[in-house]
Design a protein around this ligand. Sequence first.
Ligand code: SF4
Length: 434
Amino acid sequence: MSTLDGYIPMTGFDDLWVWSDETSSKRLEWYRAVAENRLPAKFRIAGTIPVDVDLEQDSEENLWAELNRGTIQLSKRREAIRTGQAELGPKARRPHLLDLCLELSRRMLRHCNFCAWDCRVDRAQGTKLGTCKLDHGTRVSTYFHHIGEELIYRGTKGSGTIFFTSCNMRCAFCQNGDISTDKDNGTTVTPRTLATMAWLLRMEGCHNINWVGGDPIIHLHTIVEAISILTDNMAPPSDQDLEQALSTKSDYLFKMAPETINGLFQDEFNAPMLWNSNFFASSEAMKILRLLIDVWLPDFKFGPGRCGIKLARTSRYWETVTRNLALIEEWREDATIRHLVMPNHVECCTYPVIDWVAENMPEIQINLMDQYHPEMFTNPLGSKYQPKYESLSRRPNDQEILAAYRYARSKGVAFESVTLETPPENPRLANICG
Ligand code: SF4
């Protein structure tokens, strides 16, 4: 069967003007094709690659070595599928590469190194907790069709966004503080309930499954298991699955019946997996994500100075995030970077972030976000306000936002279509960006 047999376009998404922008179409080509079910998502390809290990008996070292071998195979097969030289093929005998990802994520949970804190606590036992304060349980705060994401991700029917609780960073101004600082927020979910949530969002027309928090990396084991369940073709979920999943859903605008036509490739579940993250992941976690994630949406918040420590109590921020960004560039992944312009932090944070992107990822779009508002410890009207964060206690002013735009333009960084949602040739931009 050709990869295009049975392809039915999801009206609207493919017709968005944004795809006429060269930077969007060039570095988001894979994502766009998977969103439209013209190509299989990476996790589907991982399920076709057998691995030669004993998942129960082999050492973690052996499992990683096999993952490295499997990664090379997946990259080659993905490229062949992308260029029309190969078909997806049937599922592999067990264990396959996805089973290996799941086993490795479970092993990591026992000496947790999901993120760069590298706490090494046994979260499976849960007797000692790390920075994220989580044991093995996963809670979802809410999930819905997100219509506030970038146009390339919200499309016409929303981004299928699943918000996990807790976080591994401590941003004083967190814009999702109710979710990230309260580890008991939301509802406990099983991997099967999580898979049902993703299935529902996709079949209701969402263009992607958007894993976010807090930070999703601290829930890696549950997410990998949910993706595994989706690969085993869970559709349709049972009434019990739906009952458990629907209690957490908060869609007010999108009341639509799930239609399997929206999320199938060659008759099985398909959706681009979007990693929406602070990017404080460990390099081991990045190796697993590489096999599952179709498009990356990393934050790049702070410059190389002490802002990561002062504003988020996070050491090694710059080193970790730039290392992970360099990895996705080396792997030629589809991605969009986000940078929240903060008041009084344009020179120490915004400029170095733009400089780094211009030098190291010149083809990637960056969303220079202007919506910062004081929250949590920076909100002078809130009960948690701490005067030491006074410099962050207002919105960025016009001069700061324009300085960010002009600097990006002077460095040749692509930001216009994703930030302003207007094509770069729009004459109005001359006034805005100078
Ligand atoms: S996810 Fe990160 S913060 Fe949480 S225990 Fe693991 S290494 Fe520590």
